[in-house]
Ligand binder design. Structure first.
Ligand code: FAD
Length: 459
């Protein structure tokens, strides 16, 4: 064998697998194969020019630190947020591991401040308004690294991994796995064959479609998961001030009255920017982030409103369903993100450049195309978002005003939930999975914790 362990994907899950493995056994031979660039080469031209040039692979979603490098860097310090790990590890164990991982982030330079723990009175007031509107407020302390600090922290982790002897290979997408005659893992195929006793696949949402095909090809057990489809909302900071100051990120859940679908706020970015990310190198979907430095902050807050869809038999391709909707949006906008004012959304008419200029709010995603989301989103998603915005307006008055911007489509592909047993091992002996791509986690902290558990298991 060339290696003891091969890790596919250098996102937070893969990185923390390697960190923990090396900590417990410095002699382990570890190779990380990553489709994107090393962190220093992850340069997004759009940051200078304001226009996406469609890099292949996308420097925002691929490369060292995966989707974490240019994320907002919010570490959710509660097991209630960011994935399903409590189902696998138990609530208390997850809490204990979050603390452990948080200390590692602190060691690599994360900010000491935690949001959401010292504003009891204000949070109580927000909860009261939420209850009156049938919204559930989920409390979660947040450590905010910020996009630029998060990038620097992951940069230090990359240097550290190199120093402790982990082999990192970039621009090396893995195409397939190699099994022996007993269906036991032997290695992977990338630019050539690499052999190892054990393989971890932690390919994130970016690699979830590839992983789904791999599971079909090699009979790896999966369950149909959910897909979250919705929009990114952008409003002025003044409208979200109370929530931003008390909690930084307010997590609210609603069961929309018309269809009883679950709608939730997700990934709130005070003073942030709306961004485009590309899946499969060509599908434009919307996201958001914010910088830590005051001078880089915008006048706006953005957050996602996501409607969760769970499908039942015979349908079992939620990723394709989500992609189909995103493709429809791309078709209308020339492979860009669509933007619509809430006033136009409600009245069923297209937003035009002229209507956009009527607003107080200036869109932070400069190349978004004014359009009509009702030509893209299925009616139940459109309606659930509308129901949710009306409910949220009671907690953040002014949110349901005509000028609020809705960017589409935001899709979270968590769907291919790989069935695991015995510490994230698949039904192929010695093949392990973790992180967002396997449908286990949905955020930086839980993806990192998942990595620690994998590292301990494989040491
Ligand atoms: C814009 C944005 C903002 C976000 N903000 C936050 C936030 O503030 N807080 C939070 O908790 N979460 C946030 N997230 C989510 C968070 O980034 C992810 O949950 C987390 O990165 C998942 O970690 P992972 O290791 O599972 O996967 P990823 O981080 O996606 O990493 C997977 C890696 O695998 C690589 N890969 C894929 N396929 C292959 C292949 N075939 N071969 C080799 N390599 C492959 C990819 O290039 C990627 O680098 C954000 C995400 C985005 C996109």
């Amino acid at each position: 064998m060339d290696y003891d362990v091969i890790i596919v994907g250098a996102g937070p899950c893969g990185i923390f697998t390697a960190l923990e493995l090396k900590k417990l056994d410095p002699n382990k031979n570890i190779l990380i194969l990553e489709k994107g660039n090393s962190i220093s080469k992850r340069i997004c031209p759009k940051r200078k020019t304001g226009v996406c040039v469609n890099c292949k692979p996308c420097n925002i979603t691929t490369g060292f630190a995966g989707a974490g490098a240019y994320s907002d860097g919010k570490l959710s310090l509660s097991p209630d947020v960011g994935g399903n790990l409590p189902e696998y590890l138990g609530y208390e164990k997850t809490r204990e591991l979050i603390k452990y991982v948080d200390e590692i982030y602190l060691k690599f330079g994360a900010d000491n401040k935690i949001y959401g723990i010292d504003k009891d009175k204000e949070i109580q007031e927000i909860r009261k308004k939420a209850i009156r509107s049938n919204l559930k407020l989920v409390e979660c302390p947040i450590r905010h690294m910020g996009t630029e600090e998060g990038y620097a922290i992951y940069g230090r982790i990359e240097e550290h991994l190199e120093k402790i002897g982990v082999d990192l290979m970039f621009r090396t997408p893995v195409k397939d796995i190699i099994l022996d005659e007993n269906r036991k893992i032997k290695g992977v195929i990338a630019d050539k064959e690499y052999y190892a006793d054990k393989v971890v696949i932690s390919v994130g949402r970016e690699g979830s479609d590839w992983l789904r095909h791999l599971c079909i090809k090699h009979d790896i057990d999966t369950e149909t998961g959910d897909v979250d489809i919705g929009v990114r909302v952008e409003t002025r900071n003044e409208i979200m001030e109370e929530l931003n100051e008390a909690m930084y990120e307010s997590k609210l859940i609603y069961y929309a009255p018309t269809f009883d679908d679950k709608v939730r706020t997700f990934c709130s970015n005070p003073g942030g920017e709306v961004s485009t990310e590309y899946y499969d190198e060509e599908l434009a979907v919307v996201n958001g982030h914010s910088y830590k430095a005051e001078e880089l902050k915008s006048d706006n807050t953005n957050f996602a409103l996501l409607v969760t869809k769970h499908f039942t038999k015979p349908f079992n391709s939620p990723i394709e369903y989500g992609m189909h909707i995103a493709k429809l949006g791309n078709m209308l906008s020339g492979h860009k993100v669509l933007v619509q004012r809430y006033g136009d959304y409600k009245r069923g008419r297209r937003t035009t450049e002229e209507r956009l200029y009527r607003n107080n709010i200036i869109p932070t995603l400069k190349d978004a195309v004014p359009g009509d989301l009702s030509l893209v989103l299925p009616y139940r998603i459109l309606k659930s978002i509308d129901d949710m915005l009306i409910a949220l307006d009671n907690v953040a008055p002014g949110l349901a005003s005509d000028e609020t911007l809705l960017y589409g489509v935001e899709v979270k592909f968590y769907s291919n939930k790989v069935v695991t047993r015995n510490g994230f091992e698949t039904n192929i002996p010695n093949l392990f999975v973790g992180g967002d791509g396997a449908g286990i986690t949905r955020g930086l902290m839980q993806a990192s914790v998942n990595g620690v558990v994998l590292g301990r298991k494989l040491s």
